[in-house]
Design a protein around this ligand. Structure first.
Ligand code: AVJ
Length: 314
């Protein structure tokens, strides 16, 4: 099945349910990846800076946990983006002369091109084997005798609900061998107002990011969404520890798709649920590790306890 076929099926299912929903996995076309890079630089979006700072300031400690004996490893990154945050960790591994092959996976060719340029400039001796594709479907081939370290940074796991997260982690588990590791970057529970603001920035970049999904559907499925007739809405629920984003129809309207040869009715105020971002506590991190078959080895946080990097054992 091609990407286009999967998107077609997804939209048909997602827009015919009582609560319309589309997956945030489709945000990242080239324009979406570009907007996400802007989000990462927003004052309200603290996640990237905190994670980057943790990876930079604790890189040495992390690289010792990851590879105490400096044995050969394959660092497999699910959703690497442009690799800016991983560079510090790779530099620390290189400094300890760990034999490391870095295997970044991403759906954006532009992001992977940026990554290659970045590593060429700052760490030219690191072996890199990029994989263009969806990390739900691909897994690189790893030589015998090399340990795998699977990384999922940026709180990307948070886009999945608990069932989806456990399923993904179990799949990762099935590709790993005893002694292999998982390294996750996870956003932690904090002041709800601060969490909500992270998904509703004052410059409207997150709104543009969310609305870009409709532009993508217009282009790829011949749809006629009028972007002026939808608005971004973001919430944070302190009970479930989830930030959610929606696109809200501003009027009664019908949106047509040439590819699907049909229309979809939207009532004024009706929402399309487009994204969730789960936030974690120390307890929920341990619970998640146990549910997906890992031992939670250690968890690092920044001094305010806003963001965590956790390392698990297979
Ligand atoms: C890349 C999934 C971690 O959920 O925080 C940022 C995506 N969406 N602003 C997140 C996102 C809106 C981001 N992740």
């Amino acid at each position: 099945m091609t990407d286009r076929d999967r998107l077609t099926e997804h939209v048909l299912q997602g827009l015919t349910r009582p609560q319309k929903a589309l997956s945030s996995a489709w945000f990242y076309d080239d324009e979406g990846s570009r907007l996400f890079q802007q989000i990462m630089a927003l004052p309200e979006y603290y996640l990237t800076r905190l994670e980057h700072e943790l990876l930079r300031s604790r890189a040495d400690e992390l690289s010792r946990w990851i590879d105490p004996r400096c044995s050969p490893i394959d660092l497999i990154e699910l959703g690497s983006g442009d690799g800016a945050k991983t560079l510090s960790l790779c530099q620390a591994l290189a400094q300890r002369e760990v034999d490391c092959i870095y295997r970044p996976m991403d759906v954006s060719a532009h992001a992977l091109a940026d990554l290659s340029r970045r590593f060429d400039t700052y760490l030219p001796r690191m072996a890199i084997e990029p994989v263009l594709g969806d990390y739900f479907e691909h897994w690189p081939q790893i030589a015998e005798g090399r340990r795998q370290v699977a990384m999922l940074l940026g709180s990307n796991l948070g886009n999945l609900d608990e069932h989806g997260a456990v399923k993904l982690l179990q799949r990762v588990h099935s590709h790993l061998r005893p002694g292999d590791l998982v390294l996750l970057g996870l956003d932690l529970v904090k002041d709800p107002a601060m969490l909500r603001a992270a998904y509703d920035d004052s410059q409207g970049v997150t709104a543009a990011f969310n609305l870009n999904l409709l532009t993508r559907l217009n282009r790829e499925l011949g749809m006629d969404f009028d972007l002026a007739k939808f608005r971004h809405y973001a919430s944070y629920c302190p009970l479930e520890h989830v930030a959610r984003s929606f696109l809200v129809s501003q009027v009664d309207q019908v949106v047509n798709s040439k590819t699907l040869d049909r229309g979809f009715v939207f009532l004024a105020g009706e929402t399309i649920y487009t994204e969730q971002s789960q936030k974690y506590t120390m307890a929920s991190i341990e619970h998640l590790a146990a549910q997906s078959g890992f031992d939670n080895t250690c968890t690092l946080t920044d001094p305010r306890g806003w963001y965590a990097i956790t390392v698990w054992h297979r």
